[in-house]
Design a protein around this ligand. Sequence first.
Ligand code: ADP
Ligand code: ZN
Ligand code: ZN
Length: 707
Amino acid sequence: MIAKVEPLTQARALRGPFDYKVPDRMEAGVGSVLVVPFGRRRVLGVVVDTAEQSEVPAEKLVEPIEALEGGVPPELVRLGLWTAEEYVSTPARGLSLVLPPGTGTGARQRTRARRALRAALTAAGRDALDGGARLGAKQREALERLARGPLPAALIGHATVRRLEARGLVTIEEARVERRPEINAVGARGDVTQLTPAQAAAVERIEAAFDQTSASLLLHGVTGSGKTEVYLRAAARALGRGRSVIVLVPEIGLTPQTAARFERRFGELVAIMHSKLSAGERFDEWARLRSGEARICVGPRSAVFAPLSDVGLIVVDEEHDPSYKQEGDPRYDARRVAERRAEQAGAVLLAGSATPRPESFERLERIRLPERVDGQGLPPVEVVGMLDAPGPLHPRTRDALEAVRRAEEKAIVLLNRRGWSNFLSCQVCGRVWKCPQCDVSLVLHRAARSVTCHHCGHREHVPSSCPDCGSTSVARHGLGTERLERELEELMSPLPVIRLDADVAKVDEALRAFDAAPAGVLVGTQMVAKGHDFPDVTLGVVVDADSTLRFPDFRAEERTFALVAQLAGRSGRGSRGGKVIVQTADPSADCLRHAAAHDAEAFLGEELARRRLLSYPPFATLIRVVCSSEERGAELAVAEAIRERIDGVPVLGPAPLFRLKGRERAQLVVKAAERAPAVRTVRAAVESVAAEHARRGVNFTVDVDPQ
Ligand code: ADP
Ligand code: ZN
Ligand code: ZN
């Protein structure tokens, strides 16, 4: 038999797959992972196809060295290759998405470690402990710990355990250990016995969809309408039909309660994927899915590649969340991959959100959950203009916060800028502190005593004087979460103020602290508006709605609407009701008006009309090509060359982008009515230009469906 093998190498230009002759003693099929000779090296490769015969002359065919145990299901091989093709990546990188964790490109070993050494106390060991035998401090401590029961040898230290074993005081045996991750379930509330009529109707619609060849549904439900309960029931129905389930969530660290609810309901059947898992935990969860021991995978975007067979349902929770798009190669969109996988498997795709993307609203069949489960209305939203406001907080906002302080309630305050202030300037000569590597201003972080570039991480000490003119008056402009935290501490004292943004190391602690506090303020970036379920928040504030609205991006309106609506959803979940204040320079902006009226349909209707007019998704596919170079001018020349080779689709640019990490950048944007030919011509253009410019230090990224 001939195995067609895609080697897992970094090289971009390889034209695989390559043929290998599989000897009879070796078992290899599509999805097997083989160690193969490749040129002078040995590399890992994945079997992507098999054949009876090869075009390669028999004397040139070589045999694989070894077949590793495990491998991946054939349908995942297809999905990995499809993803590589669709997002202009390489087969090796596409396949690495579906392989067991720890199988990197070019890597030689992988995490196995389902087995570990366990140490147990022997009778002699117990005697030694009781009888005061001569023991080193470490050995005594080890025996004391083992007296309470066997432990993984790694926990005690292999050297110590080996020494004790030599003295007959402990035994060591290899045992299968399962490293199950723990999830911290902030805000996970009680179980539900009776569905609302809208929930019941939703579950019935999904049930009916199981009998269709494939169906894509959008569960459009306001925040608090019980979408998660619908996912849980739908998952139970899928399991009842002998099928497995994938549940994609934005980020488990931020919204642990969805994962926790699945785990509570389905116990051992659930495997959790999570960026904070150790390599071992990740591998074990993967293996439990592969073996069929676990039938539900809950995790972030990479969980779309979970090694489940017979998938019947793929849930995409909070489908509007930008984290579904991968930022590194392959730049895949898990929502699109989920659709593809559902189609391949004949599964139901169920995307859910209170603020669905215009794409999904247009293309998927809608199921509505129009009301909150608790029967309460959505909180009133007041939009206030900031042009004449005396400070960063509008007087209305200050009053509302003051009321929260007096009544000892809870508020969430959102400001999408971290740090203390977003730029520094010299008041005498006008110098602005900029990153030496990127054309952006440095952000002051007072707690860390540094000014930092948010794009490359460059740091400097906080300047006390201007290096250009020597002046000591350095002005700080703009408001970040750190400074807002300080202002709120003064305003809200004695209530606790808890900050949550990317600079906070312990996100779960911050969330837990806010959940546990009887009253207080949670202040932070958009992280505070994710799907938390705090029942007793009475005020939500968006401090600067313009920071997302003014963003030069066709998704600016969509993002701003979602931010306000999501924050409104965090507020007023309890018996005391609640309200939301949105501060903006332009209170007449349509997306804010619709958000204030909780009118997602009106917003989406207008947004879709605008996108149709301007040929944006879902009415066109966008492909962004960024060229970068250390040498000024090369990036533009190369972008121009690519543009000339893109055939038959409209291209915008090249347009310069700000310098990043010492590299000049230029971008092209392709807007194509037809996706597949556009992806093909862009790939061909970039690859041919890249081959010519490889040595000139120009880099390329191609981003299909940019966020
Ligand atoms: P969403 O995901 O739509 O924001 P959740 O699923 O988090 O809403 O539900 C909000 C709250 O309502 C949760 O605490 C959940 O346990 C509760 N809930 C959901 N469905 C019901 C129901 N049918 N009856 C009572 N409580 C429910
Ligand atoms: Zn100066
Ligand atoms: Zn920088």
